[in-house]
Each structure stands twice: as C-alpha cells, then as structure tokens.
Design a binder for this molecule. Structure first.
Ligand code: FA5
Length: 355
C-alpha cells in the first residue's frame, strides 16, 4: 500500500470521527466515539501500525499526518464535550421541575445541617423573655478598664474580693479581660441617664467573660454570663426574687428546686447566692455539682449605694437589684451537658446533638 491510499483512509477516518463527535448528544456517547477513534486501541491510533508497510522515507511524513489528524480530532472532542456540558446545564435550567432554590442533595453523614449553638439559643430565649418585660439588651467591651471591672463596683485595688476572680491582665496597666459582666451595670446606668430614659432602668447584658483559673467540669477560663440590673424608686428584694423565679421558669419551663443563701459581692448589699438543685444527679452529688447536689447559678442582690452613685443615680432616692447569671452552667444544666468545657470546645459532635 502506498502513502496516498493510507492518507485517504486516514482522512476518511477523521471525517467519520468528526461527524460522530458532532452527532453525540451526551457524555456517554462522546466517551464511546473517543474510545473508537482516539483511544489506545482506537482506529486513528491503529494507523500507526501501518507505518511499517511504507518505505522508510515516507514513514516520517505519515507520522506527521497522523499527529495532525489526532490533534484535530482531539480538539473537536474537547469542543463537543463543552457543547454537551453547556447543553445539559441549559436543559436542566429549562426544565420546570428543576428548582435552583432547593438545597443540594448530599450523601447522608457527609455534611450536617448547621444549627445554633445551645448558648446562642438560650441567650436569645432569655433576651426575648426580658425584652417582653421591658428590659433593654446592652453590650459591653470584653477588654475592659480595671475601673469598670472593679473600682466602680465598690472593689478598690486593695480589696480582697479582687482575688476571688483571677483576672487576665493585659500588658497595659489598668486594662484587663473582664472577669464578669458586672461592669455593664455602671456603663448601663450612665448610658440610661445620658439617653434621658425614664426609671426604672431595666437592662440585661449577656456576654463572654474570662478568668485565669484552673479548669474543671464546672469551670472554664472563658465562659458566658448574663447580667441583669433594675434601678428605680422602691426597688426591693421582692422584685428581685420575683424576677429570678420568672427567669428560671422561662429557661426550664418549670419550677426548679432552688435555695437562697447569703453571698458576698462588694457591689451588692445584701447579696445572695441562688443555687439550683443539680439536674444531672437530682441532688445526689456528681462531678458537675462538686458532689454537693447544688449548682451555684445566680448570684444576686440589691445594688450597693456606691455603685448606684457611680452610675450617676441618687443613692438617697434610688435602689436597685442586680444579678449575674452563669449562662454557661445554666446551658449545661438545661441540656444535660455534664462538663462546661464541651461548650466552647468547637467539637461539632457537641453542636450536632442540638440540631
Ligand atoms: C460574679 O461574677 C458576679 N459578677 C455576679 C453578680 C452580679 C453578683 C450581680 C451580684 C450581682 P461569680 O464569680 O459567682 O459572680 O460568677 C457568677 C456565675 O458565673 C457563677 O454562679 C457561675 O454560674 C458562673 N461561673 C463562675 N465562674 C465560672 C467558670 N469558671 N466557668 C463557668 N461558669 C462560671
């Protein structure tokens, strides 16, 4: 056979290949055409075996022709693939049964739907509960002035109570990470006055706080509290108790067994510790309640006159109550989480159980 005959055969093969690529309407058909002509066993490639039939001087020429032909067929195959892909997408979009707003279908267990963190959920519930009773929701800085974190809260530098909250200090003197949400008491009172709002002032301030302390099942170095403060004329312990009961009923949907005992905080007088019976062990004692059967949850009291004055109100006329709910512990109690460290662990298995 001479080169002219082989060349004619090659041209015919190429033309067939291009026609079949053109006619293919889906990826499977394209695969078949590519296999038939361009695959290792494909007929264009098979022409290589014919080189041996030619005299030496014509082999290079046929080799070149074969390469050119393969390159053209491969380019046509790529273009056909592109056409088929675009066509499939256009057809899918045309199809009235295709809803682009539907979430993707994923193999089960690969990706889970997102969910709100239990802390966020309880915080939002409490915000709803308190705003429905006329409270404002305030915010305060996490990096706080020592002044607001301690001094204005009737806790001067030499006060022993400073040691009960192991504070993270920054390298700038007078600036710390807030060790509780109570600085929002004074910030809030000043803001309330500046706005010219009427009394009683009612506000809550949920947020993150930090303590340089040894962590265990009920202690984290970073945790959440929810501060509450009410200031006006004639605000008494009766108001405080009623509000605390409303709060706990709102969170747990039922009355909890609670006890009130005297508690010391420089910024309240008198001060109380409201403990809830441990729901993990029903009061029998476990690691979460440090085997006492009770969980310290809600310290509270009547706002100290010095703090009322620091907030810009008249301690001769105005009284108030304040509380500092341990939000992280409350979330643990409500959701049966037996270790507060799970909350901020970032472990998706924790979040996944609250979808
Ligand atoms: C305070 O922080 C006061 N500011 C609360 C307060 C506010 C009293 C207003 C009176 C008036 P205490 O240090 O006890 O108090 O912390 C309050 C709550 O935060 C505790 O009852 C507990 O539920 C929670 N808590 C304290 N330390 C930790 C910790 N390391 N990890 C998780 N929760 C904690």
């Amino acid at each position: 056979m001479d080169i002219v005959a082989i060349q004619a055969e090659l041209n015919a093969l190429e033309a067939d290949c291009l026609r079949e690529l053109e006619a293919a309407t889906d990826a499977a058909q394209l695969d078949a055409v590519e296999r038939k002509y361009l695959g290792k066993q494909g007929s264009i490639k098979a022409m290589l075996s014919r080189l041996g039939q030619l005299p030496k001087e014509q082999r290079a020429e046929l080799g070149k022709l074969l390469n050119q032909s393969s390159a053209r067929a491969e380019a046509a195959a790529a273009a056909a693939r592109d056409r088929v892909k675009k066509g499939a997408l256009a057809a899918a979009l045309e199809d009235k049964g295709f809803d682009v707003t539907l979430p993707g279908r994923l193999p089960a267990g690969v990706l889970r739907p997102g969910s709100l963190h239990p802390l966020t959920r309880v915080r939002r519930e409490l915000e709803d509960l308190f705003t429905s009773m006329g409270y404002a929701v305030l915010d305060g800085p996490e990096v706080e002035l020592e002044h607001y974190n301690f001094d204005d809260l009737n806790t001067p530098p030499d006060h022993p109570a400073r040691e009960s909250q192991d504070t993270f200090w920054t390298t700038t003197p007078g600036i710390c990470l807030r060790s509780h949400t109570s600085p929002v008491q004074v910030r809030g009172m000043r803001w309330w006055r500046k706005q010219g709002f009427e009394l009683p002032m009612r506000a809550i301030a949920p947020g993150r706080v930090f303590r340089n302390e040894t962590v265990d099942a009920s202690h984290e170095h970073t945790f959440h509290q929810l501060e509450g403060i009410v200031v006006g004329e004639g605000i008494s312990i009766a108001h405080l108790l009623h509000s605390m009961k409303t709060l706990l009923r709102g969170v747990f949907g039922r009355e909890l067994t609670v006890r009130l005992r005297p508690g010391f905080f420089p910024f309240v007088e008198p001060g109380f510790e409201l403990d809830a019976q441990c729901l993990h062990c029903g009061g029998k004692g476990c690691a979460f309640c440090k085997h006492s059967g009770w969980v310290e949850l809600l310290p509270c009291g009547l706002v100290h006159p010095h703090v009322i004055a620091a907030g810009g109100f008249d301690p001769g006329k105005h009284t108030g109550f304040a509380f500092g709910l341990g939000l992280s512990r409350l979330v643990c109690l409500r959701h049966g989480i037996d270790d507060v460290r799970h909350l901020l662990s970032g472990d998706v298995r924790v979040l996944g159980s609250f979808v």
